[in-house]
Design a protein around this ligand. Structure first.
Ligand code: ADP
Ligand code: MG
Length: 730
């Protein structure tokens, strides 16, 4: 009988890594954005008037009128057809899965039945895809299946596989958001309003503030033959069984090591296609675990950065197939091995190109820096549980606190120098800018920030939310997540915090404080209050868990518990005041996430049952029979001796295998019973909680028996590719 594992190993190891030619081009600048309807292609295809309208929409959030939309649509069509496109689609980001599209041809029949290519303003601006199969959390009953997609002119249309893709938001017939982009755009508008008001305290000419985001994407690669020989990987994205490999990442010899040729070819292909789509990919390297890699683009305006990341994940998966790879975006594909994250580097930028999180050279610019810096930390302090909920998923639960990822405690790292400066400010009674006598002292201290930070190379890699010189890096985001989920939360939290800051500032001004005094008082208050979340030590240590507990910080380890905060009174109030999400929308989002959680655990649980009973037990029994034959044979040639003298190991193995088989059978049965109980509970929160507390705990118990069997059974019989093969063949 053929062993699927041995066959897969043979195919994977004989794969010719360089068979696929890598793309040739002169230089990146010559091809960058070639497949996007960007400023240059617009200039070429539309009138100056319509072009200006699009630019105003991007820069000033102004609406585009119908006449211009018609012109833009017709130009987009001409441009897309000149690039070989035949179809168009509204491209959107539903609440599960990465992106969705429904392709329509440009082709249609005119009144006389003649074939023509047609695409007008209304097809550009709005579509009505049948929305009934997208999750809505009860917002849209199936009899009212209509949902609308509406054009987002701030993110350029692009062409993939001969289809013109138009970035859109996705809302229900009654106007509720069914996607990530709609609330993100609202949140960004809100932040722009409040941050601009605060920025104007320092520079009255500031016109707008935008959030910027640079997303580092971690992932694993695996040969497609090995992938298919692991039903757990193909069905759930992670390995549910597998004993640790003798060698994995303990020698720390992988990070920044040389990248295998076959992988480099894949990366080049991804980069080439990303550049065509205007995604500014810049960095690529090995990650800590074997067969783990990272790529990162330059930062962009946040809405664009997120669209680009969603597109990039899609590209990575598509292109992997061309190279006979599969890309694993799961947060924890291998137990005991580093998981994958998606570091979200976040900052704020004004229309003048000023990074508000960059320490300045003068005391005044540093006061501005400290204001935004402390407001962000205070937002994380007061809306700590929301930040945790924003990154919650069944797969990220496996990674958070997994010893090589930040724990589920949302603390902030700022480093020794900034801590020192905050301490000094706290102790002083003066305005932060100081009066004449102290001014020198503080200006000296603060104006040294840039130099000191440049030296700050020993950055704390264990913090979930770290200040890294001129931006915050949110590291707890999972590798498969849509970054919009955490960014909607962070942006709204910050916007709301800045609004509160402004209100209190005005109060102090009305009580005859000078501007500097008012700001100083507020910042001093935040310096004290944020002590609760500021932590520069080792986030992976046991001491921190205890310390965080003493400080009253939450450590919420499961998704169902984390999601509760979506309907917390304060959180709902904040989102509604910011006009980002309504109570109903928040409830719906929580429902969708809970349902998704239960489904994921259910699929994993079923896969475990199937693998254990139908793949592993038969092989264990086959091997046990070989041992039994062996003992019988020995008995027949040594009839007069005590078999304890010659077959003791075989007999013990036979007994052990029986014990594992029995345990696996019982545990799988019990797990199925637990699932049945959970399935009878209609309440989504209770259902998810039961999956978490009564089904999930069986996974490790069953695994410990199957992994023990892996160590006992003859290697050539074992049916599932082992960790050493999954991790080291490339
Ligand atoms: P790391 O040391 O964390 O691997 P990298 O330099 O590789 O850092 O990546 C950091 C990311 O942060 C990049 O995507 C970069 O463009 C982004 N970044 C840099 N400055 C800003 C900023 N002002 N706002 C947002 N992102 C930024
Ligand atoms: Mg990073």
């Amino acid at each position: 009988m053929e062993n699927s594992r041995i066959k897969a190993i043979e195919i994977a190891t004989n794969r010719n890594g360089s068979s696929l030619p890598s793309p040739t081009f002169e230089k990146v600048s010559a091809i960058f954005g070639d497949m996007t309807f960007n400023r240059e292609s617009m200039q070429q295809f539309i009138s100056t008037e319509a072009h200006r309208k699009v630019l105003n929409a991007i820069e000033k959030a102004e609406k585009i009128d119908r006449k211009s939309a018609d012109e833009i649509a017709s130009a987009m069509k001409s441009w897309a057809m000149s690039k070989g496109a035949t179809h168009y689609t509204h491209w959107f980001q539903p609440l599960t899965g990465s992106s969705a599209e429904k392709h329509d041809s440009f082709f249609t029949l005119d009144g006389d039945g003649k074939a023509v290519e047609f695409f007008d303003g209304s097809s550009l601006i709005q579509q009505e895809p049948d929305a009934s199969s997208f999750p809505s959390g009860g917002i849209r009953n199936t009899f009212e299946a209509r949902g609308y997609t509406a054009w987002d002119p701030t993110s350029p249309a692009f062409i993939i596989e001969k289809t013109l893709c138009i970035p859109t938001i996705f809302v229900s017939y009654t106007g509720e958001a069914l996607d990530y982009k709609a609330p993100l755009l609202k949140a960004l508008h809100f932040l722009d309003t409040t941050a601009t008001e605060v920025a104007q305290l320092f520079d009255a000419d500031v016109k707008w503030v935008k959030a910027t985001l640079g997303i580092e994407q971690e992932y694993f690669l695996i040969d497609e033959a090995l992938f298919h020989a692991r039903p757990d990987l193909s069905l759930t994205g992670r390995t549910l069984f597998g004993h640790a490999s003798a060698k994995d990442q303990q020698l720390e010899d992988n990070y920044f090591g040389s990248i295998p040729e076959r992988v480099v070819n894949y990366m080049k292909d991804v980069e080439y296609n990303a550049w065509l789509l205007g995604i500014p990919l810049r960095t690529r390297h090995n990650e800590v675990a074997p067969n783990q890699f990272e790529c990162a683009p330059l930062f962009e305006e946040i809405n664009l950065a997120i669209d680009h990341n969603v597109l990039l994940m899609d590209l990575m998966s598509k292109i992997a197939r061309r190279h006979h790879f599969r890309v694993l975006l799961h947060e924890k594909p291998y137990s005991g091995i580093n998981g994958s994250g998606k570091h979200n580097n976040f900052s704020l930028m004004t229309d003048k190109g000023d990074n508000l999180l960059s320490p300045g050279k003068t005391p005044e610019s540093n006061l501005k820096f400290l204001t935004f810096f402390l407001n962000i930390i205070e937002a994380v302090n007061t809306k700590n549980d929301l930040l945790r909920a924003s990154i919650a998923s069944a797969s990220n639960d496996l990674r958070l606190g997994g010893n090589e990822a930040p724990p589920a405690i949302m603390s902030v790292f700022i480093g020794e120098q900034l801590t020192h400066i905050l301490n000094a400010i706290e102790k002083s009674k003066e305005s932060i800018l100081g009066n004449k006598s102290t001014r020198k002292h503080f200006s000296l201290d603060i104006s040294h920030i840039p130099e000191i930070l440049l030296d700050n190379t020993d950055r704390n890699r264990t913090s979930p939310f770290a200040f890294t010189g001129n931006k915050f890096e949110f590291r707890a985001v999972g590798s498969s997540a849509n970054s919009a989920a955490p960014m909607i939360a962070l942006v709204t939290m910050l916007g709301s915090q800045l609004a509160d800051f402004k209100v209190e500032f005005e109060k102090l001004i009305s009580r005859n404080n000078t501007k500097e005094d008012a700001i100083s008082k507020m910042l001093r208050k935040y310096i004290v209050s944020t002590k609760k979340v500021r932590f520069d030590g080792n986030n992976y240590s046991q001491e921190w868990l205890e310390e965080a507990n003493r400080r009253g910080l939450s450590n919420i380890s499961s998704t169902p518990d984390a999601l509760k905060v979506f309907v917390d009174k304060e959180v709902v109030k904040m989102y509604e005041a910011a006009n980002v999400l309504s109570h109903r929308e928040l409830e719906a989002r929580m429902e969708i996430k809970l349902e998704n959680y239960s489904k994921k655990i259910q699929i994993e649980s079923r896969t475990i049952g199937d693998l254990a009973i139908n793949h592993i037990l038969p092989v264990a029994i086959r091997y046990q029979n070989i041992l039994i034959e062996n003992v019988k044979g020995l008995q027949s040639i040594l009839p007069n001796e005590n078999h304890n003298d010659y077959a003791v190991v075989q007999i013990q193995n036979i007994k052990d295998i029986s014990e594992h088989i029995t345990q696996i059978r019982y545990l799988v049965n019990d797990m199925i019973e637990a699932r049945k109980v959970a399935n009878r509970v209609a309440d989504t929160m209770e259902n998810a909680r039961l999956y978490c507390t009564t089904v999930l705990p069986y996974f490790d118990k069953i695994r410990s028996h199957t992994d023990s069997l892996e160590l006992m059974v003859d290697d050539v019989l074992w049916p599932l590719p082992k960790y050493r093969e999954l991790l080291f063949i490339n």
